[in-house]
Ligand binder design. Sequence first.
Ligand SMILES: [Zn+2]
Length: 249
Amino acid sequence: MTDAVRPIEVRAAPGVRAVFTTRAGGVSVGSHAGLNVGSTSGDTPDDVRENRARLAAALGVDADRVTMGHQVHGADVHAVDGPTSPGRYLGELSGWAEGDGLVTRAAGLPLMVLGADCLPVLLWRTDGSAVAAVHAGWRGLVAGILRNAVEALGGEVGVAVGPGVRPCCYPVDAELRRTFADRFGDETVTGDAVDLAAAARIELVRAGVADDRVETTGACTSCDAERFFSYRRDGERTGRQAGIIWRDA
Ligand SMILES: [Zn+2]
């Protein structure tokens, strides 16, 4: 209970901070145990508020300015220049404008996406002038959300692909395996599984990102129950971890 919030911070551009949350440091219990920051899978709203407040405090960001999207597994990336719904992060929690990707040039505007197997992907201009956060599951990847995010940023881009389900725990049907092989290449299919992170890297490089500017965290959300929530492992009522990126104010 006294555990500290322990996000994974990645090295981004000057003046840009990019983090992925873990379960450590939260107050939620049961199937949401730990730092669940998602509000749509049945957790107690006040626990989610407390978790989100602790996260904002640990990161040193203004909770009223945190901006999220109502994730629908789409490919749209929306540009924002200020908090789209001030206070919702700790207030109503959900009800954000629809969209799985956010991009901004504004400073002090944390963009946050949620996942529980789907990849949270954080992107930045290497000159630090703009940042983007993307929720990328298989649908979003196939629909091209990462390409859209790179195009929205423009210029030279760096990327951190966050914790998601890995091929060890992601068997899918033959149709989806064929879709991945056709769309991203045979190397994104291993046995009866597809590799979301490999597909993400291929898509990013195709979109013009240098291969050595794509960093992937090695964790499988389903294997690492101590640190991560996983829909595949725990079902519908599992919690959500987050990816958050912002330009320092
Ligand atoms: Zn695994």
